[in-house]
Design a protein around this ligand. Structure first.
Ligand code: AMP
Length: 296
C-alpha cells in the first residue's frame, strides 16, 4: 500500500503513464489477492539514477529541486538496461569497455548515453515530453511557448500541455498520423507534411546522437531499438547519412536485413564505430527483476 501511494504521489512526473499502471496493479490485487505479499514494481526511471548531477539538473534555482524534485528523470530505462547488456553480448565485448549511444525509437522516443554499463545522460526529462520528436509529443521546445500561446492564442496551461503531448510530433507536423509507417509511405508519395515530419524526426535524432556521444565520452556502438529503430531501414539510413563525420558508414544490405526482430551490425567494417540493431525486450527484463527481487 505504501508503494502504491508512492506511485500515486509521482503521477505529476508521468501523467500519461502512472495512472494506467495503478489501474493494472489494483486490478491485479483484486484478481490475485493471494499474491499481495510479494509484488515487484519496475520503474522505467531507475536505470537513469547513475546520471551525474550536471546532466540531471535543470539550470533553474536550486530550491525548486529541493522542494519539488524538479530534475530530469528520463524514461525507457528498462529497455536501456536490457539493450545495453544485449549489445555487449551480441558484440562479444564487456559492457564496461563500451561507450554506447542507444536510441529507443517507438511511439515514445528517447536516446541515452551509456558508459561502463551505466546511464550518463538521456533525452527525456522531468516528464517523457523532453527530447526527440515523437509520435504525438513535440520533444524539445522553447519553454517560452507557454506564455506566447497563453497571450496570443488564449490557451490555458493544460491545453498547451495536452497539445504538446498528444497533438504534436509526427502527427502535428504531418497533419496525418503518429504512425511512422504511414508517415514513411506518405512521404514516399510526396506528401509535404509527411516529408517534413520524417526529416524533423531524423534531423533531431542525428543532432542528439552527436550530443550523446559527448555524454558517453566517445562512441563505440550506436544502437537502434524500439518499433521504429528495429524496423525502419529508411530512418536508420538517413540518420547515418548525417553521421559520416563520426566515421559511421552504412552497409546497405545489412541495414535491409536487420528488420522484424533480427539483430545486426549495419555499418561497414571500415567504420570507426559500429551501428547495430538490437530488438528490445522490456517484458523479459521485468520478469528477471521480479524473479530476483522476490527471491525466486
Ligand atoms: P513501439 O512504440 O516500440 O511499439 O513502436 C511503434 C512505432 O514503430 C510506430 O510508429 C510504428 O509505425 C513503428 N513501426 C513499426 N514497424 C515499422 C516498420 N516496418 N517501419 C517503420 N516503422 C515501423
Amino acid at each position: 500500500d505504501e508503494v502504491v501511494k508512492g506511485i500515486e504521489d509521482a503521477i505529476q512526473f508521468a501523467p500519461l503513464h502512472n495512472p494506467a499502471h495503478l489501474i493494472g496493479i489494483k486490478e491485479a490485487f483484486k484478481l490475485f489477492p493471494h499474491l499481495k505479499e510479494k509484488n515487484v514494481v519496475v520503474f522505467d526511471t531507475a536505470f537513469h539514477q547513475t546520471m551525474p548531477e550536471h546532466a540531471y539538473k535543470y539550470a533553474v534555482p536550486h530550491e525548486l529541486y529541493e522542494k519539488y524534485g524538479l530534475r530530469r528523470y528520463g524514461a525507457h530505462g528498462t529497455s536501456y538496461r536490457f539493450v545495453s547488456d544485449e549489445t555487449a553480448r551480441f558484440l562479444g565485448k564487456d559492457k564496461k569497455d563500451l561507450r554506447m549511444v542507444i536510441a529507443h525509437l517507438g511511439n515514445g522516443a528517447s536516446i541515452t548515453a551509456v558508459a561502463n554499463g551505466e546511464s550518463r545522460d538521456t533525452s527525456m526529462g522531468l516528464t517523457p515530453l523532453e527530447g526527440l520528436v515523437m509520435g504525438t509529443r513535440s520533444g524539445d521546445i522553447d519553454p517560452a511557448v507557454f506564455s506566447f500561446l497563453a497571450e496570443n492564442a488564449n490557451m490555458t496551461i493544460s491545453q498547451i500541455t495536452e497539445m504538446l503531448n498528444k497533438k504534436s510530433g509526427l502527427l502535428g507536423i504531418s497533419g496525418l498520423s503518429n504512425d511512422c509507417r504511414t508517415i514513411e509511405e506518405e512521404a514516399a508519395n510526396g506528401h509535404p507534411g509527411a516529408k517534413l515530419a520524417l526529416e524533423m524526426f531524423i534531423y533531431r535524432l542525428a543532432k542528439y546522437i552527436g550530443s550523446m556521444t559527448v555524454a558517453a565520452g566517445g562512441l563505440d556502438a550506436l544502437v537502434f531499438t524500439g518499433g521504429i529503430g528495429e524496423n525502419s531501414d529508411i530512418i536508420r539510413e538517413r540518420v547515418l547519412d548525417y553521421l559520416g563525420f563520426l566515421g559511421l558508414h552504412i552497409d546497405q544490405e545489412a541495414n535491409l536485413k536487420a528488420r522484424f526482430g533480427n539483430a545486426g551490425v549495419i555499418t561497414t567494417t571500415d567504420s570507426k564505430a559500429v551501428a547495430v540493431v538490437i530488438p528490445t525486450n522490456e517484458e523479459l527484463m521485468i520478469a528477471h527483476d521480479t524473479a530476483r527481487l522476490s527471491g525466486l
